[in-house]
Design a protein around this ligand. Structure first.
Ligand code: CUA
Length: 335
C-alpha cells in the first residue's frame, strides 16, 4: 500500500471509529446515572444519599465560616471581642455529630455492599477473562465460548468469575453491576443482572496498556427464550464451506499461523490466545469495539490490523487483496 492509499484508509478509519464511538455514546449517554439492575441501583442510591450528606456538610460548614467572617470581622473603633478558652458542650457536639455521620455512612455502605455483592455461587454462570485488549466469555454450564459480546437472560442474577490472562483489567458495566478487577492468578467474583432485555455497554476501567481505551464489550440481555436460542446457535460447530471463495478462505486460515491463536469449532483450530471465531459474524463489534463488525471493516482489519487498532496482538500478515477477499468471505459465513 503506498502512502497516499494508507492516508486514505486512515481517514476512512477515523470516520469509522467516530461512528463506533457515537454508537456507544448514544447507547449510554450517562450510564452511571441510569442503573438498570438491583445491584446497580443499590450503588446508585448510596452515591445519591452520600452526595446529599456531603453537600449538606459543605453548606453548613462553609455557611458558618462565612457567617463568622462577617459577624466577627474587625471594625473601626471596636474593642477586641471577649476571648473564650474551651467549651465542653461545643466539643462534645462537634465530636458526636461527625461520629454519627460516619456510623450512618458505614451502615448505608454495608447495606449497599450486601445488595450489590452477595457471596459467590459455587459454580459461576459465566467465566470472563480479560486479555490485552479484549474479553473472553465462557459459559461453563453449556460450554459456549465467545468474545466481547456477553449474552445474559434478563431478570435474574448471574454469577461471574473474573480472570485475567495477562495484566490487571477491570470489568465494568455501569448500568448493571459494580466494578471489579481481573487479577492474574486470583479469580474475582461479581453478580450481574439486567431488569429488562436491552444492550448495555461494558468497558475496561483499569489502564492495561496501549489499547486500554478500546477494550469495550456489549452485554446483550435477552428474554430467557432468546437467550436459550442464542446458546444453542453458539454451540453449533461452524459450517465448513466445500467450494468457492469461502473454502479458499478457510484453507488460508488453516495454512497460516491464524490457528496458533484462534479457535473455530468444527475445524482444526482450537487455540485460545485470541478470540474464538466460531460465530464471529454474529457479533456486532470488531476489535473489542474499535469499529462495528461490518464486511468493509473486516476487510480493513484483515488488510492491516495494526492500522485499525495500533498495538493489537494480531500481526499484519500482508495478505494479498485476493486473500483478504477469500478470508473475509469465509469469516462472513461464521454466523
Ligand atoms: Cu483492560 Cu484496561
Amino acid at each position: 500500500m503506498n502512502s497516499k492509499d494508507s492516508l486514505r484508509v486512515s481517514r476512512h478509519l477515523i470516520d469509522e471509529r467516530d461512528a463506533a464511538a457515537a454508537t456507544f455514546a448514544r447507547m449510554n449517554s450517562l450510564p452511571v446515572l441510569d442503573p438498570q439492575s438491583p445491584e446497580a441501583r443499590a450503588i446508585f442510591h448510596l452515591a445519591i444519599v452520600s452526595g446529599i450528606i456531603f453537600t449538606l456538610i459543605f453548606i453548613i460548614v462553609a455557611g458558618m465560616i462565612v457567617y463568622a467572617l462577617m459577624r466577627y470581622r474587625w471594625r473601626e473603633g471596636e474593642a477586641e471581642p471577649r476571648q473564650l478558652a474551651g467549651n465542653k458542650a461545643v466539643e462534645i457536639v462537634w465530636t458526636a455529630i461527625p461520629c454519627l455521620i460516619v456510623v450512618v455512612l458505614f451502615l448505608l455502605t454495608w447495606q449497599s455492599m450486601n445488595a450489590s455483592d452477595p457471596p459467590a455461587a459455587a459454580t459461576p454462570d459465566i467465566v470472563i477473562t480479560g486479555h490485552q485488549w479484549w474479553w473472553e466469555a465462557r459459559y461453563p454450564k453449556s460450554g459456549v465460548i465467545t468474545a466481547n459480546e456477553i449474552h445474559i437472560p434478563a431478570g435474574r442474577p448471574l454469577s461471574i468469575r473474573l480472570e485475567s490472562a495477562d495484566v490487571l483489567h477491570e470489568f465494568w458495566v455501569a448500568q448493571l453491576t459494580r466494578k471489579m478487577a481481573t487479577v492474574p492468578d486470583h479469580p474475582n467474583h461479581i453478580w450481574i443482572q439486567a431488569d429488562a432485555p436491552a444492550t448495555y455497554l461494558g468497558v475496561c476501567s483499569e489502564f492495561c496498556g496501549t489499547q486500554h481505551a478500546w477494550m469495550h464489550f456489549l452485554v446483550v440481555a435477552e428474554t430467557p427464550e432468546q437467550f436459550a436460542a442464542w446458546e444453542k446457535a453458539q454451540l453449533a460447530p461452524a459450517k465448513i464451506p466445500d467450494s468457492g471463495s469461502a473454502a479458499q478462505g478457510l484453507a488460508i486460515f488453516q495454512e497460516h499461523s491464524c490457528i496458533n491463536c484462534h479457535a473455530i469449532n468444527g475445524t482444526a483450530a482450537e487455540a485460545r490466545v485470541g478470540p474464538d471465531l466460531t460465530h464471529f459474524a454474529s457479533r456486532r463489534i470488531l476489535g473489542a469495539g474499535v469499529v462495528d463488525n461490518t464486511p468493509a471493516n473486516l476487510r480493513r482489519w484483515l488488510t492491516d490490523p495494526q492500522l485499525v487498532k495500533p498495538g493489537v496482538k494480531m500481526p499484519d500478515y500482508k495478505f494479498s487483496e485476493a486473500q483478504v477477499t477469500q478470508l473475509a468471505d469465509y469469516f462472513e459465513t461464521l454466523q
